[in-house]
Design a protein around this ligand. Structure first.
Ligand code: ZN
Length: 207
């Protein structure tokens, strides 16, 4: 049957910002409110992200919500059920380039699609597929952390260990939030500079 489930149109919401800016918390908050309103909600995250729990989205503040792991945006689309009204997606930057098209498709089917992900990588470059998602989204929320060096609003994710892996999962002391002025991408690429600082507030405790 090709008859659409609902007459009303769907839309795309994106929640984006640096690490420690509360993206997952905001995603969980919106999904919980939909569940309280007894809407049919499905939640996905990429298989790659297994830091905390296999079948849950967990924020840094330990808020959690049930989710399903998928290995591609095509698999995500296959898993979405016909009567699902709200689709939540976390860690969208770990998905493939088809994610914006898949989100568009789901919005076209009348679903509310809420996507959270990092907008910039550890070098401060736009983190695909987020730029295209931001372009097609009806609503964009930029969340900010607080700079660990100076206390200003932070939109960069500072990597504190030397690695040129774009997908390096964060453990304690691997990343911190920084503002534009305090962000230093060379910290991640030059082992000599890593962890060298004269400001005691920036010293991390992962020894
Ligand atoms: Zn700063």
């Amino acid at each position: 049957m090709d008859v659409p489930f609902r007459q009303s149109h769907g839309w795309i919401e994106v929640i984006t910002g640096s690490m420690f800016s509360g993206k997952s918390e905001e995603l969980i908050r919106r999904l919980r409110r939909a569940e309280i309103a007894r809407q049919n909600v499905q939640i996905f995250k990429p298989k790659f992200d297994s830091r905390y729990a296999d079948d849950q989205i967990v924020s840094h503040s330990e808020m959690r919500i049930q989710s399903v792991n998928v290995s591609s945006s095509a698999e995500l689309l296959r898993c979405v059920e016909r009567d699902t009204e709200v689709v939540g997606i976390d860690e969208a930057q770990f998905f493939d380039a088809e994610l914006p098209a898949v989100c568009n498709r789901m919005a076209g089917m009348g679903k509310r699609v809420i996507v959270a992900g990092l907008d910039l990588d550890y070098l401060g470059r736009p983190f695909e597929p987020m730029p295209n998602l931001l372009a097609v989204a009806e609503y964009v929320t930029k969340t900010h952390a607080i700079c660990m060096v100076c206390g200003n609003p932070a939109s960069y994710t500072q990597r504190l260990v030397a690695s040129d892996e774009r997908l390096l999962l964060g453990t304690q002391g691997t990343y911190e939030a920084r503002c534009r002025g305090c962000f230093d991408p060379t910290l991640a690429g030059n082992p000599e500079k890593t962890q060298v600082t004269s400001d005691p507030r920036t010293v991390t405790s992962d020894e």
